[in-house]
Design a binder for this molecule. Structure first.
Ligand code: KIV
Ligand code: NA
Length: 264
């Protein structure tokens, strides 16, 4: 059965968790969708993971369209979310045009990074049949504004502003919200304050869904691995089993554990 936004809303309403993983090609899209993962994210993390860049900034709309097409061909019923890359959603009109390209490539919704200033774009997308997920907290396309990949929302004012942004975006019709690298207590408050399902990465165990970068959870990303990542290949004999173990760990709230979370 195909996963839709309605599936995720029902899971949230029932207090059940759902899993999301990135994939960038047909073979992994097949593996991820047949392992019971509800959402495939064609993330602009492909700039770092596949292209070897040191940030996501060089990724283009053409790159995202190409990988979204590849994923759509291998997908077996998961919900496909595709990232709008850096500089591709600076006005509502530009957002609509580039989102339409991702939807034509096979995405079921798009993701963009930012705050409540995206409300007009989210509304315009919805009016044109395009559901949107807004990514808050550590938004990697703004790494140069933050001065590094740092935990966000650690002080009270920033935490309150993030929850208020989430509520405005929720009211503007955001289909999903995603929180990256924020204290678990903030993620819990945020998730309770909005009606849209919330996906977390480095945001503790109380969001409705969890996401990881595929290469990180398979242990093939070179270099230091961030605190919130767990290598699910450890103790498994196949990639398929590692992905299943991740999906089951999310649904049984075994992942993320205390050691994968940030405190305020
Ligand atoms: O691009 C990506 O993989 C992402 C996730 C880290 C949320 O945006
Ligand atoms: Na991304």
């Amino acid at each position: 059965m195909n996963i839709t936004l309605d599936t995720l809303r029902k899971l949230k309403a029932g207090g059940d968790k759902f899993a999301c993983l990135t994939a960038y090609d047909a073979a992994f899209a097949h593996a991820v969708s047949t392992a019971g993962v509800e959402v495939i994210l064609v993330g602009d993390s492909l700039g770092m993971v596949l292209q070897g860049r040191d940030s996501t900034l060089p990724v283009t709309v053409e790159d995202m369209v190409y990988h979204t097409r590849c994923v759509a061909r291998g997908n077996q019923g998961a919900l496909i979310m595709a990232d709008l890359p850096f500089g591709s959603y600076s006005s509502p009109e530009q957002t609509l045009e580039n989102s339409a390209a991702l939807m034509r490539a096979g995405a079921h919704l798009v993701k963009l990074e930012g705050g409540s200033w995206l409300c007009d774009s989210v509304q315009l997308l919805a009016r044109n049949g395009i559901p949107a997920c807004v990514h808050l907290g550590l938004t990697p396309q703004s790494v140069n504004v933050f001065g590094g990949f740092k935990v966000q929302g650690r002080n009270q004012d920033a935490a309150r502003a993030m929850v208020e942004d989430g509520q405005r975006l929720d009211q503007a019709g955001a289909a999903l919200l995603l929180l990256e690298c924020v204290p678990s207590t903030l993620a819990r408050e945020f998730t309770q304050a909005v009606s849209a399902p919330v996906i977390g990465i480095g945001a503790g165990g109380d969001t409705d869904g969890q996401v990881l970068v595929l290469h990180d959870m398979l242990g093939v990303t070179p270099g230091r691995r961030p605190r919130f990542v767990k290598n699910f290949m450890e103790g498994q004999s196949s990639i398929e089993n590692a992905i299943k173990a991740y999906s089951e760990a999310v649904k049984s709230s075994q992942f993320p554990a205390e050691e994968h979370q940030f405190t305020s």
